[in-house]
Design a protein around this ligand. Structure first.
Ligand code: NAP
Length: 486
């Protein structure tokens, strides 16, 4: 490690202990929320603990700012988003340091998240000008029919801790590009990246009230946002349990909901797969972000003919991985986000071993919240890890014999976010990718996320899309105009 004090920022203005409402940075009256470092376990920062009153103020500020923001040309809004992107890029390493500090992921992974997350601001800076309408051939003479797009109104975002920047930018980018104003509530475990992002938005020229951010009681803030008739769209990324609750709470105000919820992604490796490609896909799909990703490969199904070779090659890679301090370049993964997260990984390991699985690599808890990257083979299909999100660095290999069996096992879940498959046979690829009940399919790759493609799930994994032009459409409503007497 260099002589730099661990995680110290170049631009100290980016470590912020206040919230932004209506263009003013405010604190709170209640005891603040402590933010801990998942590696050292020290509380190193505090953020305000706001509640209902401030949430109402934020909604009022967003409503007041809406008409002028919506009235700007798309080019003007896009230019501000582009300045925001450029300021983010100028502070790339500081933002990545904040991510590592509050989330625990390695600095290299934090830089990767930065590039992905900032990419949404760049993409939607351009996409703002492409909220195109339609002219519809009229069924009777003398009429012109049009479908115009307009911003849906005040929008709200509630985001999780696993990608503190990217989960926010993929909502803020399209919302502001569309002409909506926004209130955001980041996860209490990782609020600092979001606050730094807000500061750079202010510097970029985002007008007061257009983007508001508050930390504090999720129940109180969430309650105000869902109950408010002013908030026309709520975009939530997090657990299915809370997503279902927010959906229910939003019914009375008929809000549009974007729900990016839990996953239980299968990775299917067929006999005709390229072994190296399949192992690389498994490494990325399983261990990115230490396994704390909603699209992490949670269940790895490998066909009988390739299984022994796959387990041997995958095991060699996993044995070579190290869990440690995210700021240590020798670490491949960082700690889990909290003690409960670590306990869940241990529980899934113990359950699989009790059911007869074989330990191939890792398997041990280490100091603090660290858990060694782990591979289990001969995992039975009814093991807990095949049915619940592990959200940690534990990979389990389960066998299968036929394509039918693979699809049946893969689809035997209430979730449907991502799925992965490895095969060199175009027919197997066509059949399996169509048969998988999931919103996204990675074929011969474990890395699928990009601002340019539609991200989102089916079944209990949620509603709506983020990224691409589909992500912009989520913040637009269609107004039909019918002109007669022409
Ligand atoms: P979570 O507990 O659902 O929390 C997510 C956000 O919701 C946090 O900001 C949290 O605030 C807030 N929240 C909690 N209770 C709330 C309530 N009653 N009303 C309003 N807001 C509330 O999920 P998590 O543990 O942070 O994140 C992990 C989950 O997110 C996993 O299931 C993962 O699969 C999913 N995820 C999905 C995607 C996707 O795109 N589909 C992406 C990333 C993660 P506090 O932090 O203050 O509690």
């Amino acid at each position: 490690m260099s002589n730099r004090q661990r995680g110290a920022l170049d631009n100290t203005d980016l470590l912020i202990a206040k919230n932004l409402i209506g263009g003013k940075w405010i604190g709170g009256n209640r005891a603040p929320i402590a933010v801990d470092d998942p590696f050292t376990l020290d509380d190193f920062a505090e953020v305000p603990n706001l509640g209902e009153d401030e949430a109402r103020q934020a909604v009022a500020a967003a409503a007041e700012a809406f008409p002028a923001w919506a009235a700007k040309t798309a080019r003007e809004r896009g230019a501000i988003l582009r300045r925001w992107f450029e300021l983010l890029v100028a502070n790339r390493d500081d933002i990545a340091r904040l991510i590592t500090r509050e989330n625990g992921k390695t600095f290299t992974e934090a830089q990767g998240e930065f590039d992905y997350g900032a990419g949404f601001m760049e993409f939607y800076a351009d996409e703002a000008t492409r909220a195109l309408g339609e002219t519809i051939p009229a069924p009777v003479p003398g009429r012109r029919l049009y479908a115009e797009r307009e911003p849906i109104g005040v929008a709200a975002a509630i985001t999780p801790w696993n990608f503190p920047l990217a989960m926010l930018t993929r909502k803020v980018g399209p919302a502001l590009a569309a002409g909506c104003t926004m209130i955001a509530k980041p996860a209490s475990a990782t609020p600092l990246t979001a606050l730094a992002f807000a500061r750079l938005g202010e510097e970029a020229g985002v007008p007061a009230g257009v983007f508001n951010i508050l930390t504090g009681s999720a129940r109180e803030i969430g309650g105000v946002l869902t109950a408010s008739p002013i908030v026309r769209k709520l975009s939530f990324t997090g657990s299915t349990e809370i997503g279902v609750q927010l959906y229910r709470e939003s019914a009375a105000t008929m809000k549009k909901l974007g729900l990016e919820l839990g996953g239980n992604a299968p990775l299917l490796v067929f006999d005709d797969a390229d072994l190296e490609v399949a192992v690389e896909a498994a490494m990325v799909a399983k261990f990115r972000n230490g396994g704390q990703s909603c699209i992490a490969a949670n269940r790895i199904y490998v066909q009988d003919g390739i299984r022994d070779r796959f387990v041997e090659a995958f095991g060699a890679r996993v044995s070579g991985m190290k869990a440690g301090d995210g700021f240590d370049p020798a670490s491949d993964i960082g700690p889990l986000i909290d003690d409960a997260g670590k306990a869940k990984v241990a529980e899934h390991r113990d359950d699989a071993l009790e059911r007869g699985a074989r330990l191939v690599a890792g398997g041990t808890e280490a100091a603090g919240r660290l858990f060694a990257p782990t591979l289990l083979a001969d995992v039975p299909a009814d093991a807990q890890l095949a049915h619940e999100e592990t959200f940690g660095p534990l990979a389990g290999v389960i066998g299968f014999a036929t394509v039918e069996e693979a699809l049946r096992l893969a689809n035997a879940t209430e979730f449907g976010l991502a799925a992965y498959m490895c095969s060199e046979d175009p027919k197997t690829i066509a059949r399996v990718s169509r048969g998988l009940e999931s919103g996204m399919v990675g074929i011969n790759t474990g890395l699928i996320s990009t601002p340019h493609a539609p991200f989102g799930g089916v079944k209990m994994s949620g509603l709506g899309k983020e990224g691409s032009h589909h992500g912009l459409a989520e913040y637009l409503s269609i107004k039909y105009l019918c002109k007669a007497g022409l």
